[in-house]
Design a protein around this ligand. Structure first.
Ligand SMILES: Cc1cc2nc3c(=O)[nH]c(=O)nc-3n(C[C@H](O)[C@H](O)[C@H](O)COP(=O)(O)OP(=O)(O)OC[C@H]3O[C@@H](n4cnc5c(N)ncnc54)[C@H](O)[C@@H]3O)c2cc1C
Length: 380
């Protein structure tokens, strides 16, 4: 059952991306994991190939490409088995805030660099004491003449060390309504008062530079406000649909990749004189996982098409984010078990896949928050 109809151009693009990753990413994965960060040069190489922010309109340096190019890019990146290069976060989650809500001046100033890979972006919402409860954030942005002055702290920010530009959520303390108080700003990483802090030590995603960020009397022009004043939450709600879809787009191909390599392993590895794949338990486990993945793939592809058609699928996307990430984790766990002791060893890709997948249930809104959104829409 083919839900997404890729064109010949899409297929050619997929081959080009796959070839690029085979040459420019896969050989360096171990080195980057060891370094705890990816080099800036890979961002530039991607930009040179036209692989970043493909949906940005041509007048700002992009290709104005349809969303299926983002789907292909995300799937191919997952196939590399590497989670540090957060290009999908940059292209399909952060930059769309600029494309959709920034002034013409800001768009012309920053979008060409986002496309070329000269500007790496991040989005900073979470704070040490405000993750799920975003409205509880403490970072403030206070107007002062032609400027806005920012004070506060963010944490868990992906691309936090490499970022040149930030979409920052901050509160106007004079606004009593906690939701209307949240505004989004574009902040240049070179702005005095903006400091990058610690790169966080995580159990997975070792080559992703997740970091703390600090703001002390950081003064930015008030034109850096995105959208209208008081509309920060609305913009987040609008864009979180795509963010959560992108997470599901990471989870399903990851599960597909893990299963593929586990089937190969089970065919090659023998015990009691026959391949593991000949044991009924192995077969049943593999079939159960394959079935779950197919269910996830069908749901995901349908949502991709609905998203392209501009449908409001907030509830379905919340369901997909929670279900596909939990499904991928079940698959990773089941596949690790089928690898036996080797599954627990660093040199086997299943080990990294298992620990890297875990975070998907936490970021972009925890799976509990996803279920809460669905429950609310179901009138519960
Ligand atoms: C590797 C990584 C990368 C990240 N990247 C970014 C980024 O780029 N930008 C960014 O802004 N943030 C980022 N985050 C932060 C992430 O979005 C938050 O960690 C997440 O939203 C949860 O917030 P919290 O950690 O404060 O947990 P809490 O909100 O404290 O939640 C703790 C637990 O309580 C549960 N809980 C909370 N409220 C409810 C409720 N109402 N009902 C039921 N259960 C609830 C949660 O589901 C969770 O299980 C990243 C996090 C990680 C780990």
């Amino acid at each position: 059952m083919e839900i997404i109809k890729y064109s010949e151009e899409h297929n050619i693009f997929r081959q080009a991306v796959r070839k690029f990753f085979e040459k420019e990413v896969i050989p360096y994965v171990e080195e980057w994991e060891e370094a705890g960060i990816v080099p800036r040069s890979i961002w530039k190489k991607m930009g040179d190939q036209g692989f970043l922010c493909m949906d940005v309109p041509e007048k700002y340096g992009g290709m104005g490409a349809d969303f299926l190019y983002s789907v292909i890019m995300s799937e191919e990146l997952v196939r590399t088995g590497h989670s540090g290069l957060a290009a999908a976060l940059h292209s399909d989650i952060v930059v769309p805030y600029i494309t959709a809500f920034a002034s013409e001046e800001i768009k012309h100033k920053y979008l060409p660099g986002c496309v070329s890979g000269d500007i790496i972006t991040a989005i900073a919402m979470t704070e040490p004491n405000a993750g799920s409860d975003l409205a509880g954030m403490k970072t403030t942005a206070v107007g002062d003449g032609d400027d806005v002055v920012i004070n506060g702290q963010k944490t868990f920010i992906s691309n936090g060390i490499l970022c040149d530009l930030l979409i920052l959520a901050a509160k106007d303390p004079s606004e009593p309504d906690p939701h209307r108080a949240v505004n989004l700003y574009v902040v240049d990483a070179g702005t005095p008062g903006f400091e990058k802090g610690r790169k966080l030590k995580k159990i997975g995603w070792h080559s992703q530079d997740t970091a703390e960020l600090f703001f002390a009397d950081c003064r930015i022009p008030k034109q850096n406000l995105l959208g209208g004043k008081g509309s920060g939450f609305l913009m987040l709600m609008q864009k979180l649909q795509q963010e959560r879809l992108m997470v599901a787009l990471g989870a399903v191909p990851a599960a597909e990749r893990i299963l593929e390599m586990t089937i190969k392993y089970c065919r090659e590895r023998t015990a009691f004189g026959r391949p593991l794949s000949k044991f009924q338990n192995t077969q049943f486990k593999l079939v159960e996982m394959a079935t779950e993945i197919k269910l996830g793939r069908t749901f995901l592809d349908k949502l991709v098409m609905d998203h392209i058609e501009g449908k409001n699928i907030v509830v379905e996307v919340s369901m997909a984010k929670y279900w596909t990430t939990e499904m991928a984790m079940r698959v990773a766990d089941g596949c690790l078990q089928l690898h036996g002791g080797y599954g627990y060893c660093e040199e086997y890709p299943i080990a990294r896949a298992w620990r890297d997948l875990r975070v998907m249930q936490i970021f972009a809104g925890t799976n509990e928050i996803m279920k809460g959104i669905a429950a609310k829409f179901m009138g519960l």
